[in-house]
Design a protein around this ligand. Structure first.
Ligand code: ADP
Ligand code: MG
Length: 391
């Protein structure tokens, strides 16, 4: 990774525009989970202490470009940031034509996604952002896989475009784990659909020693192995793909669960039945891996040198079908293996089972995490590299 790092720059007296990922859940005008804001704090504090004039950008939710709506305003984030930093953080609604700001002060720019051209990485918009500052700092790993005006676009036109400490830390931790991993490497991919994770499954199966599938993804592999899956969420058109993945001798083997937890309806109060993977009835849905499979998987996790985890292995939102995900989450947390985890619902499961402390690295970016694991170059990182090469 050949990028300029913010840590190596003298930011004193400079105008610094920093892209963070402050896309946090908000209810009744208040931030309900501030993990991402806290993650960004050291970057902002370091820039302020160095004497920079700091402008912070972020997106929030998915507003329609050109139509600012209160529910997508970063106002609650500005107030929260104020509390955490112990200093005023004004929210600037119209910031593209310039922001008045003294060294040592900080402002939050209103939601980047209110600007027309953000998603399309419009050049004109990116240039206006770049013109605001002497230094652009990209610090938002979770959006680094998107080529948008405030992530990659601005880096193409900024005088100096640098990687922020949070982005650097995340890239280095993931890079280390994937470049020189402790073997055996176990990848556990769960979640709802094979189709949304096919490329990551393919990339991982060529890289890791063991690939284990769970959740709705496992259902397709179970069907591909010739078992009846009843009404389970699965993708019949991907059976051949799953079969090929599971049986390719150059790739990791993909074991399917031996037992499963089923129900007759997809509901929080549905009655759960545990059975062998070969005895799922036509009117039943597989909603979790069974205890025997969970224990076997926990054993594999204990024996692994590296564990990559994305995706719950069952409908963990329903208590009767949360056991599999809880068992593997706890096994990952207790294992001596270097473990890293990412994905929106996986993070929710980690919070629900309170296992964050035991996981070596929790990636803040779901999509970016998966693309990095696949070996793709993230567009914002590519733009930072190109910028470093120019200077
Ligand atoms: P992540 O966000 O961690 O990448 P996904 O978005 O791919 O994970 O999938 C998470 C969702 O998959 C959860 O909401 C969970 O309820 C669902 N899921 C897991 N197992 C099953 C299953 N057997 N049937 C239906 N949905 C499932
Ligand atoms: Mg998800």
């Amino acid at each position: 990774m050949n990028v300029v790092k913010m840590q190596d720059l003298d930011l004193g007296g400079k105008r610094v525009l920093i892209r963070e990922d402050l896309n946090v859940p908000i209810q009744n005008g208040a931030v309900t989970s501030d993990t991402r804001i806290r993650a960004a704090l050291p970057t902002l504090q370091a820039a302020l202490e160095a004497g920079a004039a700091v402008m912070v950008m972020s997106h929030l939710g998915r507003p329609t470009e050109g139509q600012p709506e209160d529910q997508y305003s970063l106002a609650p984030v500005a107030r929260h940031l104020e509390k955490l930093l112990g200093r005023p953080v004004p929210l600037i609604p119209d910031w593209l034509d310039g922001v008045e700001l003294a060294p040592g002060d900080i402002v939050l720019c209103e939601n980047v996604r209110f600007n027309v051209g953000e998603k399309a990485s419009d050049e004109g918009l990116a240039k206006r952002m770049a013109a605001l500052a002497d230094v652009f700092g990209m610090d938002a790993f979770g959006t680094a896989h998107r080529d948008q005006a405030s992530t990659a676009g601005v880096a193409r036109f900024a005088g100096i475009a640098a990687a922020g400490p949070l982005l650097v830390a995340e890239l280095e931790a993931l890079g280390r784990a994937l470049d020189t991993p402790q073997r055996p490497i176990l990848a556990l991919v769960g979640g709802s659909k094979v189709s949304t994770k096919l490329s990551v499954l393919e990339a991982l199966s060529a890289k890791v020693d063991q690939l284990v599938v769970g959740g709705g993804i496992a259902n397709t592999f179970i069907a591909a192995a010739g078992h009846a899956v009843g009404e389970s969420l699965h993708e019949p058109d991907l059976l051949a793909t799953a079969q090929a993945l599971a049986s390719d001798s150059d790739r990791a083997r993909v074991p399917v669960p031996t037992d499963v937890v089923v129900a007759k309806t997809f509901a929080v109060d549905a009655e759960a039945r545990t059975c062998s993977v070969s005895s799922v009835q036509a009117d039943e849905l597989i909603l979790d891996i069974g205890p025997e499979s969970a224990a076997a998987l926990a054993e594999m996790i204990r024996a692994a040198g590296t564990v990559i985890w994305n995706g719950p292995v069952g409908v963990f939102e329903f208590p009767a079908f949360a056991n599999g995900t809880r068992v593997i989450a706890e096994a990952i947390a207790e294992s001596d293996a270097f473990s890293f985890a990412g994905g929106g619902d996986s993070l929710a499961a980690i919070e629900q089972f309170d296992v964050a402390a035991g996981i070596s690295y929790i990636s803040t970016g779901g999509g970016a995490f998966l693309e990095f694991v696949e070996g793709k170059v993230l567009p914002a990182v590519a733009a930072l590299e190109a910028s470093a090469a120019r200077t």
